[in-house]
Design a protein around this ligand. Structure first.
Ligand code: FAD
Ligand code: PYC
Length: 413
């Protein structure tokens, strides 16, 4: 047993380790202000400091650290997208995730499970084959599999043909994984703070100050702060914030709900998704079934839960796993999904010279946390958009070069 661990075990008191220093006063000025202390803002701050030596940075978070969508997501990580641009982008993120616990020296509980997108129709089989081919072409391990293999990978699934939606096959994405969502945020926060980045919670940005076409600072509930550059990373409020800065994003904000069951003995290894049934599920390390479906059918800035969602989802779950009928739900919640017309993010430059945007994260942004953090940091530091982000530029909607990921973004929408 390592000596340090023995010494720790014999101690009389166990003071908690403080990863993020207690908040200080805001300084009058920073090189970079990051609006939004979710996973994306925290990751961008870490990579600005670690990769570019930029440490005079403040993260301004209106609530508590990573208490927005980062706290509410179901932590599915995968790169089995449909477009080459999407696959390349998310693949870089998956690769970064695989090394993240080591890089941050923080256990994010990364757990590779395999990810099955079930196909119940001829059309879904065709799309699955298409996705598998694009994935393989780009070195991503995905395969179209048939019912025998589906049953082997997940023996608990109801494979009967005497159901509303029999399972005809699946897109099997081997690297599909889950991770502990808040550990990802805390890991980035701790490592950014250690390098000098300031994290200010309960600090809401209420206005953007500009001269000509440049940002000069931000107004907050704690006063005005000047800055050289701003990165906006406020998933769920992206169009509101862009409105404050004076430009428009093509985003509609829609609630997305999820829930967990009581803890069960481990029985479900892979992550299961059914677009036709509007349901997805994985089993967490604590044994809870983590479940969700498609977005609510209306735009709304509210994170309330609904009975309607729960009833519909449980009905669909039981079509796939009838033996779960006695299992109880433990809790239910919602987040705010910033939906773009093509189900891809909007990242990079904006009409304002020194104002950068990381937005349009809809129902799919947790898996992109490392790559967007690293690449947005590069964009902010150099003022140049890396090739991998180019397809996600804001003006693609003017030039009809959308990156259509509707069928692959998460569950059916
Ligand atoms: P957030 O974590 O939302 O951080 C933005 C922060 O900005 C918030 O903390 C907010 O308080 C702050 N903010 C807003 N306005 C202001 C202001 N004026 N001033 C200061 N701060 C402000 N994605 C996946 O890849 N896989 C999944 O399995 C998955 N499941 C999901 C399940 C649900 C139920 C939901 C809701 C989303 C899911 N997502 C998933 C999407 C994912 O959660 C988001 O895309 C991702 O968390 C976005 O991260 P972020 O850091 O950009 O945003
Ligand atoms: O992006 O895989 C995903 C996802 C699943 C549920 C919500 N988002």
């Amino acid at each position: 047993m390592p000596f340090g661990l023995l010494k720790y075990g014999l101690r009389r008191r166990y003071p908690a380790r403080r990863d993020v220093p207690v908040a200080t006063e805001l300084k009058p000025s920073y090189d970079v202000v990051i609006i939004g202390g979710g996973g994306h803002g925290l990751a961008a701050a870490y990579y600005l400091a670690a990769n570019h030596g930029i440490t005079n940075v403040a993260i301004l978070e209106k609530g508590y650290l990573a208490g927005g969508n980062t706290a509410r997501n179901t932590a599915i990580i995968r790169s089995n997208y449909l477009t080459p641009e999407g696959v390349r982008f998310y693949d870089e993120s998956v690769r970064m995730y695989q090394e993240l616990s080591n890089e941050l020296d923080y256990n994010i509980l990364y757990s590779e499970r395999g990810h099955l997108t079930l196909a119940h129709t001829d059309g879904a089989m065709r799309t699955s084959r298409w996705r598998a081919e694009v994935n393989k072409h780009l070195g991503v391990k995905s395969e179209l599999i048939y019912p025998d293999e589906v049953a082997r990978v997940c023996p608990q699934l109801n494979m009967s043909s005497d159901v509303r939606y029999p399972i005809m096959g699946a897109l099997y994405h081997y690297p599909g994984a889950i991770a502990r969502h808040d550990a990802v945020a805390w890991g980035y926060a701790a490592n950014a703070a250690r390098r000098g980045v300031e994290i200010h919670q309960q600090t809401e940005v209420t206005g953007i100050l500009k001269e000509d076409n440049r940002v000069t600072g931000v107004e907050t509930n704690r006063g005005v702060v000047s800055c050289g550059k701003v990165l906006q990373a406020v998933a769920g409020h992206s169009s509101v914030m862009a409105g404050m800065a004076g430009f428009k994003l093509p985003i509609r904000t829609i609630p997305l709900q999820a829930c967990v069951s009581q803890p069960l003995k481990p029985f479900l290894d892979p992550i299961i998704v059914s677009g036709s049934l509007h349901v997805y599920v994985s089993q967490s390390d604590r044994g809870e079934l983590v479940m969700g479906g498609s977005t609510d059918p209306y735009t709304l800035y509210s994170t309330r839960s609904s009975l309607d969602f729960k009833e519909g989802l449980m009905g669909h779950m039981l079509e796939l796993f009838p033996f779960l009928s006695e299992v109880r739900l433990l809790r239910q919640w919602a987040g705010l999904a910033d939906m773009t017309p093509d189900f891809s993010p909007v990242m990079g430059l904006t009409p304002i010279v020194n104002y950068y945007v990381d937005s349009g994260w809809g129902t799919w942004g947790f898996k992109a946390t490392p790559v967007s953090g690293k690449r947005m940091a590069e964009t902010v530091a150099t003022g140049k958009v890396p090739d991998i982000l180019e397809p996600f530029r804001l003006d693609r909607f003017d030039t009809f070069e959308q990156v259509g990921e509707r069928g692959a973004a998460s569950v059916g929408h």
